[in-house]
Design a binder for this molecule. Sequence first.
Ligand code: C2E
Ligand code: MG
Ligand code: MG
Length: 269
Amino acid sequence: MSYRLVPLHQRLANALSYGEFQLYYQPVVNVATAEIVGAEALCRWPQRDQSMAMPETFIAQAETSGFIIQLGDWVLRTAAEQMHRWQQTYQRRLRLAVNLSGRQFLHFNLVKQVEEALKASGFNANDLEFEITETIAMHNAEESIGVMRQLKSLGIGLSLDDFGTGYSSLSYLKRFPIDVLKIDKSFVRDIPEDANDLAIVSAIIAMAHALGLRVVAEGVETDAQWHFLRDCGTQLAQGYYFGRPLPASEFQDLLAREAGKPAAIAQAR
Ligand code: C2E
Ligand code: MG
Ligand code: MG
């Protein structure tokens, strides 16, 4: 059978067993200093024709077929091992953000899988943050709170991803044991020209701070966006302005540059 005719769910399973998936790491920076404080792990799937399949083309299918449970386990283990090596090499604290899909989040075995991945990698739970979208969190809000509490009891941080694009209720926002709001890039894109976006972003930041939450602004691409966010008191940001998602070896070059050390000291796997 031609490769293209193999169903996607089968190709995904094959890709995992042949070690075809890759993780890219996008720097998360301190807005005041532009220093790297950690990274978000983002999944990539290189294709035979040299193109790169982006998560939007396969995560939904992986979610429908249930394959996301295995893929998510691989993502967490690989990213935690990698981040732990970087922490040891550069002797610094680096936080790791990992995305969780709805099915992963509500899977009965999640907490056990996470405990095992942390144990196997030696990565500290306090440096791990799971990102879930507000839509996932709200889907079954009471059950979500239970899962969040279990993850929090391990020491893991929680972020609401793509904040502002889904639906969330402010009363739940208060009850969810979360640490971070990630402002969706659609609100950052037209800063500083769009007065509505300026108002929305300022309001989200003020609300987050009033609730004791940290804010990560996503999709920062320009100097003007950076300055606006900094002046509003945003602590953390991510976006092409600071760094694109990079393969492990290139992210390591960034860390090495910050540390003033040659990259050859510790080769990424
Ligand atoms: P996300 O978690 O909101 O990730 C941020 C997305 O914004 C990434 O897209 C990133 O490449 C992109 N981005 C970062 N900075 C900029 C910028 O300055 N401008 C613009 N226009 N885009 C920027 P990506 O890597 O294509 O991932 C898309 C989504 O796929 C992620 O959104 C996340 O929901 C999902 N995803 C990625 N990796 C995983 C994974 O391992 N597991 C799960 N469950 N979902 C994943
Ligand atoms: Mg994310
Ligand atoms: Mg996002």
